[in-house]
Design a protein around this ligand. Structure first.
Ligand SMILES: Nc1ncnc2c1ncn2[C@@H]1O[C@H](COP(=O)(O)OP(=O)(O)OP(=O)(O)O)[C@@H](O)[C@H]1O
Ligand SMILES: CC(C)(CO)[C@@H](O)C(=O)[O-]
Ligand code: BAL
Length: 281
C-alpha cells in the first residue's frame, strides 16, 4: 500500500522504523508526470531494495526558463495510481516551502561536467539539481538512488556531488526507456503536437546512426552531419550534437581508442526542448 507523505519530519519518522529493522532503502527522485521510464526506475529499486521511496517535486531552482516551469505537467492523481500499481512503498510529495527557506543560497563547485552541454544551454540548472538532490539525500538517507541514463550529464553531476560530500550511498544509472519508434520517453513529450512528435524522431535516429558510423567516420564529420541535418529539418532547432568521453564529457583522443564514448543531443522541437544520448559501443 502506497503511503503518501508531505513533510520531511513525517518521512524521517516513517523511514526510521524501516531502518531500525535493517531494511535497505531505495530512492527514485522525479518531477512527476510519470511514464514507463520512471516506472522502470521503481522496478530497479524494488529489485535491489526492501523499501522504495519515490519523490515528486517540480524543483523551481533548476528551471532556467520560467515558461518551462509554468507549463511543466503535474498530473498528481494519475501519478499516485501509477506508483501504487508499481508497488512503490512511499511517495514523498513536499511543497516548495517544505523544501526551501526564503532566499536560500546554494553553490557547489562541480567542475567541468557542470558547464558543458546542458550546463552551457541551461545556466544554473545543475546548481538547482544538486541543491534539491542534496536535500532529498539528507532527508531519506537512502542506500541506493536510481536515475535514468536519459539525463546522463545529470547522473555525472550528482555523482560528483556525492563524491564531494562523501555521501554513503550508491548511485545507479538505469537504461533509457524508449517508445517503439525510438523516441526517449520524457514528461515533456506530452507537449508535442503530432507533427512535432514525428519531427522529434530525428534525435534518436541520429544517435543510432552515429553508433553505426563511429568506426567508419571521424567524430567531427558525424557531429557536423547531425547538426546540419537537424538545422534543415522542419520544426527542429538544434542546440548540440556531441560525441565525448563518457566519464568526463571531453573530446576523445581518437575513435579507435579504448575510452568509452557517448553521443548526446539537445534540440527544441517546436517549443519543446528534448534531450537524448547513446553509448557508442
Ligand atoms: N525514458 C526514460 N528512461 C529511463 N529513465 C528516465 C527516462 N526519462 C526520465 N528518466 C529518469 O527519471 C528521473 C526523473 O526524471 P524527470 O521527472 O525529469 O522525467 P523526464 O521524463 O526526464 O522529464 P523531463 O525531461 O521532461 O523533465 C530522472 O532520473 C530521469 O533521468
Ligand atoms: C533529479 C531531479 C528529480 C531533481 O529535481 C530532476 O532533475 C529529474 O527529474 O531528473
Ligand atoms: N529531467 C531533467 C530535469 C529537467 O529537465 O529539469
Amino acid at each position: 500500500m502506497l503511503q503518501v507523505i508531505h513533510t520531511k519530519n513525517e518521512l524521517i519518522a516513517a523511514l526510521a522504523r524501516f531502518k531500525a529493522e535493517g531494511k535497505v532503502i531505495g530512492l527514485v527522485p522525479t518531477m512527476g508526470a510519470l511514464h514507463d521510464g520512471h516506472i522502470s526506475l521503481i522496478q530497479y529499486s524494488k529489485q535491489q531494495c526492501d523499501i522504495t521511496v519515490a519523490s515528486i517535486f517540480v524543483n523551481p531552482t533548476q528551471f532556467n526558463d520560467p515558461a518551462d516551469l509554468e507549463r511543466y505537467p503535474r498530473p498528481i492523481e494519475r501519478d499516485t495510481v501509477k506508483l501504487q500499481e508499481a508497488g512503490c512503498d512511499i511517495l514523498f510529495l513536499p511543497s516548495v516551502s517544505e523544501m526551501y527557506a526564503e532566499n536560500e543560497q546554494w553553490h557547489i563547485d562541480l567542475g567541468r561536467v557542470e558547464h558543458v552541454l546542458e550546463g552551457a544551454f541551461r545556466p544554473g540548472h545543475y546548481q538547482g539539481v544538486t541543491q534539491i538532490v542534496k536535500k532529498l539525500f539528507d532527508v531519506v538517507k537512502p542506500d541506493f538512488a536510481f536515475f535514468g541514463q536519459k539525463d546522463y550529464q545529470q547522473f555525472l553531476v550528482i555523482s560528483k556531488m556525492v563524491e564531494i560530500f562523501k555521501m554513503p550511498l550508491k548511485l545507479v544509472c538505469c537504461p533509457t526507456i524508449r517508445e517503439k519508434d525510438g523516441l526517449a520517453m520524457s514528461s515533456r513529450n506530452i507537449h508535442l503536437s503530432e507533427t512535432e512528435r514525428n519531427a522529434s524522431l530525428m534525435l534518436s535516429k541520429l544517435l543510432f546512426a552515429a553508433k553505426n558510423q563511429i568506426s567508419a567516420k571521424t567524430i567531427e564529420a558525424i557531429e557536423n552531419e547531425a547538426m546540419s541535418l537537424m538545422r534543415t529539418a522542419e520544426l527542429v532547432q538544434p542546440e548540440y550534437f556531441k560525441i565525448v568521453t563518457a566519464d568526463s564529457l571531453q573530446a576523445p583522443a581518437s575513435t579507435n581508442g579504448t575510452e568509452k564514448m557517448i553521443a548526446l543531443v539537445a534540440a527544441k522541437v517546436g517549443n519543446t526542448r528534448l534531450i537524448d544520448n547513446m553509448f557508442m559501443d
